[in-house]
Design a protein around this ligand. Sequence first.
Ligand code: 1GP
Length: 267
Amino acid sequence: MARGSVLRRLLRQRRSHPLHMTLLDPDKQRPEVAGRIATAVEAAGTSALMVGGSTGVSRHGLDDTLLAIKSVSTLPVILFPGGAAMLSPYADAVYFMSMLNSTIPRFLVDEQARGAPFIAKLGIEPIPMGYIIVAPGMRVGEVGRAKVVERTDHRRAIGLALTGQYFGMALIYLEAGSGADKPVPPAMISAVKAALDIPLIVGGGIRTPAQAAAAVAAGADIIVTGTIVEQADDVHRRVAALVEATTGRHRSRTQAAPRHPRGRRAR
Ligand code: 1GP
């Protein structure tokens, strides 16, 4: 994929409909299993793969997972790094992200300053993104030492999102945390979206088509789901339903659904 083309491609797709993306944590399954999941979610209509995790990802595990995905999928692969060590030449792009409500410099600018020269050297596309942790925040909120945005504090969510926009970020991501018991409230999504001129990503705790549809109806441009592909027995069917609820489009192609491989690691 030519440099600079991933964000352009996603924004072009967004002009026709909201998008669904799938998050894969390299630490949660073996590379060949990640490859099978990538095949299933591509057939289900997801628009891109995000690869990353808040903890425990080794550089080799990351490379092997990316290579396994790339050998079977044509989807753009975007790194979703927990730090500068989680960069790899085998991705197409990387969210160049700052956790805007972290309380420590490490996740605001320090990891970024360590990683930036490698991004330049590797030639992968940086996609500037402002990352905002909303309660409950889960593991990423703890690791990132976030002062989480309370679920009804629209004023603070808007302030942080506009800060990202005015810093020049291309995207804002409202994150309830992977595995959250409830996603970001639709009322908060509406309030933030109304204030922003740039696309809004929403993720964390979205498991059902109804939750995805509610987030999109509230104004989310991109929905991210991760846990569902680690837990569902029929990844293709579950993700296809989420994609349909997000995009409002039926997949005309009903591809044979690769079953979720057994024997995956427990979370
Ligand atoms: C986490 O928003 C993503 O960064 C996905 O969350 O694992 O809860 O789908 P889930």
